[in-house]
Design a protein around this ligand. Structure first.
Ligand code: ADP
Ligand code: MG
Length: 615
C-alpha cells in the first residue's frame, strides 16, 4: 500500500486568529458537551449509512453502533462508529472547511454574550468542541465508497493540520482525542459514563462504553401512543424522576405536522407553590439531550409540567432571547396549551368524581392558565369544577348558576375557610343554598378574574351578606308591641348598641329562619376586598373591621333572653350576653388578639359560673 507517504500539511484558513484558545477557554463550565457532539456526529454518520444502504440497495448488513473506549496509558479517548466514513477529500471539505467555518461563525456570534449558558445546549460548535479538552485530535476514517482508502487527519489545536492515509480495514470513523493534562477526568470510565447518561441515554443507535450499552434506543416517546400502557408511562416517569410520586396524568405528543414535536409531558403532584423561573421538561433534539431548563418553550403556567419534548426542527444553536421571538416556539407553546386544555376537559367529562381529587392537585395552575391565556380559558371554562356544599360535591360554574336561578340569580356564594366560616355554611345549608369553596391563595385573584369575564356574575363570601331567603321578612318580632312605640327589633338593636359601644360597628336585627345562631358579623364584599388588597400591598391602617355589621338574630333564644333580662332591669347580665354574642361572632373571623382573647375567656368563665343561678 502506498497510502502513508503522501501527507498533506496545510493551514486551516481562518479569520479569527485565535479560535482554538477561545474554544478551549470559552465553554469552560460545560466542557463535557464535546462528547455529546462527537457521539451525535457518529449517530448522524450511521443514519446516513442506513439511508444510503436503503436507497442504493447496498445490502450492508451491519450491527450499527458507537463505541467509546478509554486508554489511560496512552491518555486517549476514542469514539468509533461504523457509519458512512469519510475519504481524505471529504475530511478536507467537511472538517477543515465546513466544520471549521461553522465553529468560527458560532463563536463570532456569541463571543460578546455575557452569560454563555444562555445558548441552549451549545449546539453548533460541533466537531471542534473536541479541542476544549484535547491537545491533539486525530481522525481515522474509511469511507463506505468502493475502493476508498483509509484517511488520517490530525491537528494539535493550532491552525495547522496534517492529512494523509492510514491503514483501516473496517468502515467508519474513529475520533482519537489526546486529552490535555488537566482533562484527564475523561479517562475515567465512571466520568465518561456519567456524561453519556446525561446526553446520550435515548440516542437511537446503541452507544457502548467499554462494550457496555448505555442507552435505550427506543424511548417511550418514540412509540405510538395507542401501543403504550399506563404502566409503561409510569415506569418511564420513574426513570426520569426516580424520587417523585406517581404522576397525576400525562399527555403523549406525537405531531408530524405542521412541525415535528414528540414527547410525553407529565402532571406531577403539586404543592400550591411552584417556581415559575425554571422549566422541568427535558428537551431533546432527535433524541440527543439538549437541556433540562428551557422555560421559553413552555407556556408560563405549564412550567411545573415534567417529562420530555423532542423538537428536531428547533434551531437550538441560538440564544434564549432569540428563541423568545421564534414563531416555532410560539407554536409549540400553543400546541402544549391546547393539548393540556383538551386533556383537562376530557378528564372532567369522563368521570367527575374521579376527577375531583386530581383537580385538587392541578386547579392552581389551571386557574393560573385561565388568567394568563385567553385561548386556554375559552377551552376549559365550562369544565372547570368547584368544590361545593351541594349534593354533587363538585360543580361547574354554569351548573351552579343554573341551580341558583330562582333563589339568587347571578350570585355565587363562596367560602374561603370552611372551619371558621362553619356557622355561615350551616346557615346557608339549612336554607338549601349551595356554597362553593374557594380556599387557596390564587382564588382571590381568580374570583376577580371571573367577575371580569362574566360581568353579570357576582361572587359573595358567605359572611358578606345574607341571602333574602334566609330572613323572615315579616316576623312577629318586628311588629310593634302594644305598650310602647318601639318594635322588638328596634329594642334589641338599641340594647346591643348600648352594651357594645364598638367603633365602626353597626347593629342590624333580623329574624333568621334558623334560630340556632344568635349573631353573626357581616363584612361587605366590596369593602373587604378593597381592604384585603391594600393590606396585601403592605399598607397600614386598613383594619378589616373598621366597618362591620353585627347581625343579631331575633329568633335566637339567647337574644330573646337578653332582651328579657334587660327589661327586667338586669342590665349587667344582659350586657354580658350581648358581649358574648358579639365575641362569638367575631371568633369566626379570627379577629382576636391576645388581649381580646383574654377578655373573651374571662367572660366565658363568668357565664359558666352563672349557669343555673339565673332564676
Ligand atoms: P455538524 O454535525 O453540525 O454538521 P460538525 O462540526 O459536528 O457539524 O461536523 C462537521 C461535519 O463533519 C459533519 O457534517 C460531517 O459531514 C462530518 N463528520 C463529523 N463527524 C463525522 C463522523 N463520525 N463520520 C462521518 N462524518 C463526520
Ligand atoms: Mg455535529
Amino acid at each position: 500500500m502506498s497510502g502513508q507517504q503522501s501527507v498533506e500539511k496545510g493551514a486551516i484558513s481562518i479569520h479569527t486568529e485565535n479560535i482554538f484558545p477561545i474554544i478551549k477557554k470559552w465553554l469552560y463550565s460545560e466542557k463535557e458537551i464535546f462528547l455529546r457532539e462527537l457521539v451525535a456526529n457518529a449517530v448522524d454518520a450511521i443514519h446516513k449509512m442506513q439511508h444510503i444502504n436503503l436507497v442504493e440497495g447496498l445490502k450492508i448488513a451491519d450491527d450499527y453502533g458507537v463505541d467509546i473506549r478509554v486508554d489511560k496509558e496512552a491518555g486517549v479517548l476514542v469514539i468509533r462508529d461504523n457509519g458512512l466514513g469519510m475519504t481524505a477529500e471529504e475530511i478536507r471539505k467537511y472538517i477543515n472547511q465546513i466544520a471549521f467555518s461553522s465553529a468560527e461563525e458560532f463563536i463570532d456570534r456569541f463571543k460578546d454574550l455575557e452569560d454563555k449558558s444562555q445558548i441552549i445546549g451549545h449546539f453548533g460548535l460541533g466537531f471542534y468542541s473536541s479541542f476544549m479538552v484535547a491537545k491533539k485530535v486525530e481522525i481515522r476514517s474509511l469511507s463506505y465508497q468502493s475502493e476508498a482508502k483509509g484517511a488520517h487527519w490530525s491537528c494539535d489545536g493550532s491552525t495547522s493540520y496534517e492529512l494523509g492515509h492510514c491503514e483501516k480495514s473496517d468502515r467508519g470513523t474513529e475520533i482519537v482525542l489526546h486529552l490535555e493534562d488537566d482533562e484527564k477526568e475523561f479517562l475515567e470510565p465512571a466520568r465518561v459514563r456519567e456524561v453519556l447518561e446525561r446526553y446520550c441515554s435515548y440516542l437511537p443507535v446503541p452507544v457502548r462504553l467499554e462494550e457496555d450499552q448505555v442507552n435505550d434506543c427506543n424511548p417511550l416517546w418514540t412509540k405510538t401512543p395507542s401501543e403504550v400502557s399506563d404502566e409503561e408511562y409510569k415506569e418511564f416517569y420513574k426513570k426520569l424522576y426516580p424520587l417523585a410520586d406517581d404522576p397525576l396524568f400525562w399527555i403523549h405528543l406525537n405531531i408530524d405536522f405542521p412541525f415535528n414535536l414528540k414527547g410525553i409531558v407529565y402532571f406531577p403532584r403539586l404543592t400550591t407553590e411552584f417556581d415559575v423561573s425554571k422549566s422541568h421538561i427535558k428537551l431533546f433534539c432527535n433524541q440527543v439531550f439538549v437541556s433540562d431548563n428551557c422555560p421559553e418553550l413552555i407556556p408560563e403556567f405549564l412550567l411545573p409540567l415534567q417529562g420530555c419534548l423532542d423538537a428536531p426542527d428547533l434551531p437550538l444553536n441560538v440564544s434564549r432571547s432569540y428563541l423568545q421571538n421564534e414563531p416555532q416556539v410560539r407554536k409549540i407553546q400553543e400546541v402544549l396549551s391546547g393539548r393540556v386544555a383538551s386533556k383537562v376537559v376530557d378528564l372532567a367529562k369522563k368521570d367527575r368524581e374521579a376527577f375531583g381529587p386530581i383537580w385538587d392537585d392541578i386547579h392552581t395552575f389551571v386557574k393560573y392558565g385561565m388568567m394568563r391565556d385567553d385561548k386556554f380559558y375559552d377551552r376549559v371554562k365550562d369544565q372547570v369544577i368547584y368544590r361545593s356544599t351541594g349534593e354533587a360535591r363538585y360543580t361547574t360554574l354554569p351548573e351552579y348558576l343554573e341551580r341558583a336561578k330562582e333563589k339568587h340569580a347571578d350570585k355565587v356564594y363562596y367560602a374561603n375557610d370552611e372551619a371558621t366560616q362553619a356557622t355561615y355554611l350551616k346557615l346557608f345549608k339549612s336554607q338549601g343554598i349551595e356554597v362553593i369553596i374557594l380556599d387557596t391563595l390564587i382564588d382571590n385573584h381568580f374570583i376577580q378574574f371571573l367577575e371580569m369575564k362574566n360581568t353579570s356574575v357576582r361572587f359573595e363570601r358567605v359572611d358578606s351578606d345574607l341571602s333574602d331567603s334566609m330572613i323572615e321578612k315579616d316576623a312577629a318580632e318586628k311588629l310593634v308591641t302594644e305598650e310602647g312605640g318601639a318594635s322588638r327589633d328596634e329594642k334589641v338593636k338599641g340594647a346591643f348598641d348600648e352594651a357594645l359601644e364598638v367603633e365602626g360597628l353597626t347593629v342590624r336585627a333580623e329574624s333568621l329562619k334558623d334560630d340556632s345562631v344568635p349573631g353573626m358579623v357581616l363584612l361587605s364584599e366590596q369593602s373587604r376586598r378593597f381592604k384585603e388588597m391594600t393590606r396585601m400591598m403592605g399598607q397600614q391602617g386598613s383594619d378589616l373591621f373598621s366597618e362591620h355589621t353585627l347581625l343579631v338574630n331575633l329568633a335566637s333564644p339567647v337574644v330573646k333572653k337578653m332582651l328579657r333580662l334587660k327589661e327586667a332591669g338586669r342590665v349587667d347580665d344582659a350586657n354580658l350576653l350581648a358581649e358574648q354574642v358579639y365575641d362569638l361572632a367575631m371568633l369566626s373571623h379570627k379577629a382576636f388578639d391576645g388581649e381580646k382573647m383574654a377578655v373573651f375567656l374571662a367572660r366565658s368563665n363568668r357565664i359558666l359560673e352563672l349557669v343555673g343561678e339565673e332564676e
